[in-house]
Unconditional design. Sequence first.
Lengths: 257, 239
Amino acid sequence: MNQKKNEEIILMDENGIRSDGRRWDELRPLRMEVGVLKRPAGSALVEMGKTKVLAAVYGPKEIHPKHLTLPDKAILRVAYRMSTFSVEERKKPQPSRREIELSKVIKEALEPAILLDFFPRTAIEIYILVLQADGGTRTASINAASLALADAGIPMKGLVSSVAIGRIGDSIIVDLNDLEDKYGDADIPMAMIPITGEFTLLQMDGIVPPDMFEKCLDIGYKTILKIHEEQKRTLRERYLKIKEEVMSNKKPRREQR
Amino acid sequence: MPIYFKTNDIVVPGDIIAEGNYTIEQGAYRLGRKIIAEYLGIVYIRENKIRVVPLEGSYYPKVGDKVIGKIVDYSIVSWSVDINAPYYARLDANDYLSKPIDPSKVDIRSILDVGDVVYAEIIVADRASNVQLAANKRGLGKLEGGILIHVTPKKIPRILGKNRSMINMIKEITNSKIIAGNNGYIWIKAKDRYIENIVVEAIKKIERESHVPGLTERIRDFIQKQMNLKGGKNESKKE
C-alpha cells in the first residue's frame, strides 16, 4: 500500500529498521527541560527527535470575558500554535482549523489530571508553540504542557504522558515521525495519566485490525511509562542540580559569576 | 504500610508517597490505599502524617493573611488592590482610616492613589464573594519609599524562617526594614541602595536554594561577606 503512494519511500526495511534507523519499539531521542521561560508561572521545552515544542502556563488568573466564569472551579484554556517556520513550507500565521481542533484535543487530554476545583472563578492558560514539526506534535505538546503545569505549581492527580503508536504493514511502530505519519498505514496518538490508568486521548487515523489495536494499547502503555519516568526525572533534576551546586561549592554566588 | 519517600525528598505530581493508613496534612490525595502527591514539592513525613510543601505556585487568598498590595483603581469610597492573586481585592476607606469618610468633602485619591503600596490584612476571602482587605491595625498601612520585589509566594515561609528567625536575622545584620507579605511581595527599606541590593540578593538566594539544608548559615555568611565588602569600600573612600 505504501509503495503505491510513493515508490521511493521505504518505511521499514527487511531487517526491521525504520526510515530514521530506529527499531519498531524505539523512541526518538527525548530531551526535556523545565523553567525555560522567565515570565510565565511555568514553562517547558520538549524535543522528541526533530519535533520541538515549547509550552507556557499562566495563572490561575481572572477570566475575561467574565461570563465564562465557573463558580466552583477553574477553566482551562489551551492555545496550540505552529510557528510559521516549523514546517518545510511556510505556514500561514492565522490559526487554522487544525490548530483550533488540536487546542481542544490537548485541553481535553490535560483537564482530567488537573485539580481545577482548587481555584474557583479563575482561568489557567496554556500556550503551546511548535518550534519544529516532524510528526507527533500533539503528543509532544501534551508532554510539554503537563511539565509546564507541574512547574507552575498547579495541583494535579498526576503528570500526563503521551505517545503515538502506528502500523506499517504487519508491524507496530512506536513514536511516529512525519514520514511514517504521512505514509504509514495507521497512526494512534494516545495520552494517559499513568498513576490512575486513565486514557485521556485516543485518536486513530488509518486502519488497524481489532486484535492488533489491543496490542497497540499495551505497547502504548509501556512506552508512555518510559516517557513518564523521563518527565519525573526532569522535574526533580532541576532542584537536585541547585542542591549539588550549593553543597559542592560553598562560595557565595557573586564570585561564580 | 510501605513508605517510598523519606522526609526532604522532592516529589512530583503523581508520585506514590506511601500506602496505608497515613494522615494527609497537605498536598496529597488518596487513591485506594495509595497516597499520591499533588504538587511538585518537598515531602515531610512525621510519625504517620504526610505533608507535601509545594516548591512553586501562585498565591491564593486566605482570611488572616497579611499581604502587600498595589492600588490599581479607586471608586468613591474604596480602592481596588492588586494582591498578586487571581482576583483584585477591595479595600474600603473605613477599613483603612477606621472611620467613614465623607466623599463630598474628601477626595479618596488624596489618601491613597493609584500606584501606592499598602500592607493589609485579608478579612474576607471565600469561594463566593470577593476578597476584602483591612489596614486599620497597628503595623498595617501605606508603605512609603523603599523597594518592592516579588518571589514565589510558596517560599515566603522559608524567607520568614521558624518563628521569623530568618527575616529577623537579615533585618539585624543589615539594619533594614523588611516586610514580607504572604502573597509573595516583599518590601525592603534600608539606609542606602547598596544594602537594599544585598537584601534582595539574599532573598533571591533563599528562593533559589530553599530546599538545600543549612540555609540559615549560608544566608548569614553571604550577607556578612557582602556587608564587609561595603565596609571595606567606605574605609577606602575615607583614605
